[in-house]
Design a protein around this ligand. Structure first.
Ligand SMILES: [Fe+2]
Length: 240
């Protein structure tokens, strides 16, 4: 089975559409989304509708929380706060109600998906966890493979029971081994890794292998929509 794991679409309809088309070429059988479907981009409602049309299950990201929980806004910088408030205005009330019911993590094919850090943190970044924290996490998490998003970077953190080793994930294939592994799948719609493609990961459960996909899309169109909708200019600039 080939399962696409996507995250951090961030209301970027152009990037999400390109990724969905790419999944068809790559013979993907199922897809799971690790949150931050909204925020930063110009089209939160159409992106949510497309997610639901494609029956893609999603879990909560911090930008979903910001849609309905005022307390979260205290942790946002002024531009992220402005973005969240504008995003709220663009969402249908019934969509907000659906988002509120999203879980904080998801199990699929014996793996665990969470937005920030296993087993259930929406907010903790993978890079905040030192070797001790990662080792302790694996003591209590009964999975061998976890997928996360949130940092908008792609990397893989392997633990052999003694050592924690982090590898960058670049475009192409990656064979998983016997180590316990966290896969950070990057961002569909707001890259922060110096490469402006939309990115996602396919997990081939039979081969126990990953395919890291870089997908070009119409960045200019997405950026223009962000500016036209009145979002902070940095939301558009970050796409390049
Ligand atoms: Fe995000």
């Amino acid at each position: 089975m080939r399962i696409a794991v996507i995250s951090d679409i961030h209301a970027n309809l152009e990037a999400f559409t390109a990724v969905l088309e790419n999944m068809q070429i790559k013979n993907v059988h199922a897809c799971v989304c690790l949150g931050d479907v909204v925020g930063y981009g110009a089209e939160p409602e159409p992106v949510l509708q497309l997610l639901w049309e494609n029956k893609i299950p999603s879990i909560l990201g911090n930008h979903e929380e910001a849609v309905y929980d005022d307390d979260i806004l205290h942790y946002f910088n002024p531009q992220a706060k402005k973005t969240a408030l504008l995003t709220r205005k663009m969402l249908k009330p019934e969509s907000v109600e659906r988002i509120k019911k999203w879980p904080v993590n998801i199990e699929f094919h014996g793996a665990l998906g969470v937005h920030g850090f296993p087993p259930d943190s929406i907010h903790k970044y993978l890079f905040e966890a030192d070797q001790g924290a990662i080792s302790r996490m694996w003591d209590s998490v009964p999975y061998k493979l976890c997928f996360v998003g949130h940092t908008h970077n792609l990397d893989l953190v392997a633990f052999d029971g003694h050592n924690v080793i982090t590898y960058p994930l670049l475009e192409g294939g990656w064979l998983l081994d016997n180590r316990k592994t966290i896969v950070n799948v990057g961002s569909v719609g707001q890259p922060r890794d110096g490469d402006n493609n939309a990115k996602y990961v396919i997990w081939d459960t039979k081969m126990n292998a990953l395919t890291i996909c870089y997908v070009p899309y119409n960045i200019q169109k997405a950026a223009d929509k962000i500016l036209k909708a009145g979002f902070p200019e940095i939301n558009a600039r970050r796409l390049y």
